[in-house]
Structures are given as C-alpha cells and as structure tokens.
Design a protein around this ligand. Sequence first.
Ligand SMILES: *Cc1c(COP(=O)(O)O)cnc(C)c1O
Length: 458
Amino acid sequence: MPPRTIIEPFRIHSVEPLRMTSEAERREAVIGAGYNLFSLRSEAVLIDLLTDSGTGAMSSEQWAGIQRGDEAYAGSPSWYRFEAAVKTLFPMPHVIPTHQGRAAEKILMTAIGGPGRVVPNNTHFDTTRANVEATGAEAVDLVIPEALDPALEHPFKGNMDLARLDAFLAERARDVPAVFVTITNNSGGGQPVSLENIRGVRKLCDAHGVPLFLDACRFAENAWFIREREPGQGARDVADIVRDIAALADGMTMSAKKDGLANIGGWLAVRDDELAARCRNLLILTEGFPTYGGLAGRDLDAIAQGLQEVVEHDYLRYRVRSTGYLGDGLRQAGIPVMRPVGGHAVYIDARALLPHVPPLEYPGQALAVALFVAGGIRSCEIGTVMFGRHPDGSERPAALDLVRLAVPRRTYTQSHIDYVIEICAEVASRAGDLRGYRIVAEPPALRHFTARFEPLAS
Ligand SMILES: *Cc1c(COP(=O)(O)O)cnc(C)c1O
C-alpha cells in the first residue's frame, strides 16, 4: 500500500515572507480599493488566489536555467533548448515563441480569422474569444450540456459536444478556419477533456476538412486526469498521453504561465508551412525575431526546464490532489462548490451560499470581499460583475455567480490551504449577514478590473 499522505514533492529552497495584516488594516485597504480586489496592492494580500497564471514558484533548475539564458538576438542556445522541449511533447514542425498565450492567439487569429469566419471551441477562454471577435469572426462554445450544471459529477466535463459540432460543421465548415479544443476547459472550472473526445473531434474535423487546434494551457493537468479517469490510460506515462493529444492536432496556442511552470511566456505551433510563414511575419511586427518572440533568452530556458518538470507524475499527483484537497475541505464545511473540482481552481457557488443577495447585488463580489477582510484571501468574482454588463448597456444576471479560488503552482503549503478552508468556513457560517454591493463607477468594457463598489446598507 502506498502511503495515504500525498506530500509536496519538493522542499523549500528560498522563501518569500508573507506580511501578516490585521482585519482593521484589510478593511481600510479594501475601502481604498473601492471594494475591488484587483485594485489592491498585493502586499495587502496574505494568500493570493486571484489566478494561477504566472504566479507559481520556479524550481532550482529553472533558476539555474535563468542563469544559463543566452541573450543572443538570433539563434541563441536558449531558443534551441526551448524548441526541443516543446517538440518533445508537441512534435510540430513550426514553433513560434510569444510573450504569453494571448499573443499567440492574436497572431493566429489575425492569420486565419476575419469577418464571416466562425471558430467553434468547447469553451473559449476570455482572451481567445476577444481575439477571435477582434478580427470580426464569431466565437461559438459547444461544450457538453453537463458542463453547465455546477453540481453534476462527470469525469470529463470539458468535453466537446460531438453531435452539436457535427451539425455545426455540416452547416458552416466552409467558414471555419479551425476548431479549437481547450485543455483543460478553464472557463468551465478547469475541467478535463478525454482523449476519446479529442479523437472524436479529430474525426469530425477530417470529415469536414477543417484543422484542429489546441488551446493547450493546462495540457499536463488534462493528461493527468486522462491517466486517472479514462479507461485503459491508467498505466501510461503522462508525456505519452500528451504526445497522443498533440498527434491529433494541426496546431496549438499555449500560455507558459500555466503548465510551462514559468512566470511569463507562450507559443504558437503549427504543422502547415504556409500558415507558419504568415504567422512568423506577424510575429516580427509585434513580438520579435522568430528565435525569441516576445521573450528573453533566460525565459526560454526557464520554460524549457518547466516543460520537463510539469509532466512528472509526482508533481501532477500533488498538483491535482492539492486542488482537490481545498475543494474537499470546503465541501466538508458545507460550502457549495462546483463539482468535480478541476485542476487549477475551486469555484464556490456564491449564489447558493448567499441566496438572500440577488445577482444584481453581486453575491460573488460580497463573498470575495468578505474572504479578503476576514483572512486576507484574494479570490476572483466570476459572475454578474464580470459578465453582467452587455454592449447595448443593459445589465442582466450572469448564468452563475461564482468565486474562484485559483491555486498557484508549488507556492502554498497544506497549512496555507487549511487556513483558507478555515477562513471560508468562518465566513460561510455568517453568510446570512453578508450584504450586497452596488457599482458606483465602471468603465465601458471589462468592468470587473476597475469598477468601484459600495456596500449596500443592511
Ligand atoms: C491564460 C489562458 C490564455 C491566455 O494566456 P495568457 O498567457 O494569459 O495571455 C488562453 N487560454 C486559456 C485557456 C488560458 O487559461
């Protein structure tokens, strides 16, 4: 029997002090920020679960890579190490480095998007959707219906709805420059896509003559879920599962701030020579020369090393279990969370926890502010603040009001997570006392980043 306790598969080599704050200090900080957690100085935050993007800890070998980094403008050895590491997992002929994922999206969509085009995806991440729409093309989400029920258990809640994709392609294939599969499905809570489902998407793409691209930001977490949950995959090496996924795709976009285990970076990879040439020309306009893209040589080395570490089974077992541990702890405290817990974040159903706060009084914002004041925990509202305002000026409740607790990679220990669970349970025990908010100032778009709020009188 293997030991029951799954430990962090690392020890700490360099520490970053956390600044303890009092509730009074936090209350003052959040008032100064207009009750918007994006507007806080991060020193006021004790446990920062705003995002898992670029916020993880690098390993000693990655820091050694930073020293090894070679800053030659063209043909640096760092570039060759980066390219080799990418191609070990994703053997595609053309790898184009970018400063982060959205730059890869921008370049690809500029090359293949445009008015009249339409891009299906299981669920577009927000920057992906924005980059599709910025070209005048349309973004369509075709995730399975199970994904939309927060309480439903399903092993692969990120799967594409193959029947709907087939019907869609039958009608629109001529207008589809690529079908995208996002692994894991970020907007759906970090839910994985099965290998069988990606094979099904490939078959439909072949039948309708359209390319298949991966939004591969959390490819390693997705491959780990395949190993754990998909029949016949349990004895396999995760790196082999990743290569199986890669073999099904014509190209990919990637943010190295996620499963690159780096603080910055990304890439675009494609098989088609002509498309690669067009993308490289765009790269030179906005990112840089094709052997560094938007990155320093040292960043290329940090990513090259990160790609070796991210497919280690001990790392992935710890990663997925530690996120699951947070979800289990919250559930045991009676807090409604989206099921099953995904790879990188736990989502609290704020609408269910605060039924007395109507969606247009922002229950997710109320909970997020309360978690910060009570314990210095920074989370992210994903609900009516983020999605409620429409281009025609109207405001409507979002489909769900969630609070996301995203877990940075290799950064917090189990006692930090125990603390988070304790604070959440304490706040949940007085959820009935929490009051809603109103927005006193908001920009015309993407209001959640800069809006200012005021608490409603109790
Ligand atoms: C983060 C992310 C992106 C964009 O990457 P950035 O590095 O933040 O620009 C695209 N798709 C998904 C699924 C992501 O999680």
